[in-house]
Design a binder for this molecule. Sequence first.
Ligand SMILES: *Cc1c(COP(=O)(O)O)cnc(C)c1O
Length: 237
Amino acid sequence: MSIAQNVSRILADIEAAAIAAGRDPKEIILCAATKMNGSDAVREAIAAGVRCCGENRVQELTQKLSENAYDGADIHFIGHLQTNKVRQVVGKVSLIQSVDSLRLLQAISKEAVRQDLMQDILLEINIGEEASKSGFSAADILPLLQDLEQYPNVRVRGLMAIPPICENPGDNNKFFEEIRALAVDIKAKKYDNVCMEILSMGMSDDYEDAIAHGSTMIRIGTAIFGARNYAPAPPMG
Ligand SMILES: *Cc1c(COP(=O)(O)O)cnc(C)c1O
């Protein structure tokens, strides 16, 4: 299957999953997770109808920007971001989805103030409370949102989560529901500079379930671009 065929199929699946859940398909954005795929693959996905690309690594973001890979698409950052690299990301992407610590939030805010712009972000929730993952716990998030004036020039547009790897289809549904419930809770409190219009959850293996449970943004890599090749490049020469 080509990238174009994969994108068409996923867009059709999104529509079907939304309609089955009684939702408007237009509420759901497909964010192509482009890590380890080059500019040509990204261009192919965009030509096939992808309107949003999510990058994991600063180096890949910088490279693809320099190659004009994202032609007309929204660019998001979705990977773990080190505080010493925020300069290369703030103002370059329309949304940083993966804000997973107070230190990072502070660094983004400082850089956004320096550049005199408003940076949209999502707060990443460690929904399975996994020790191996970064992200805020549901309990940390309410006091943080109350204190958001400490972090000027950032606007929280919603939540992002990567639930634990699950064995059986449907295992993640409880996590998707927890995130949706948390977003409803936050929205009701009407914090300044916070809206909960984006729930970024669902990947190649579970995006239809995520849509059934309120996702407004799915991040898809493998199902668009095929399996990623993590093997080291063969030696040159
Ligand atoms: C790679 C990645 C994805 C996409 O994963 P697939 O299973 O390949 O669809 C989604 N979100 C994040 C944060 C990722 O790093």
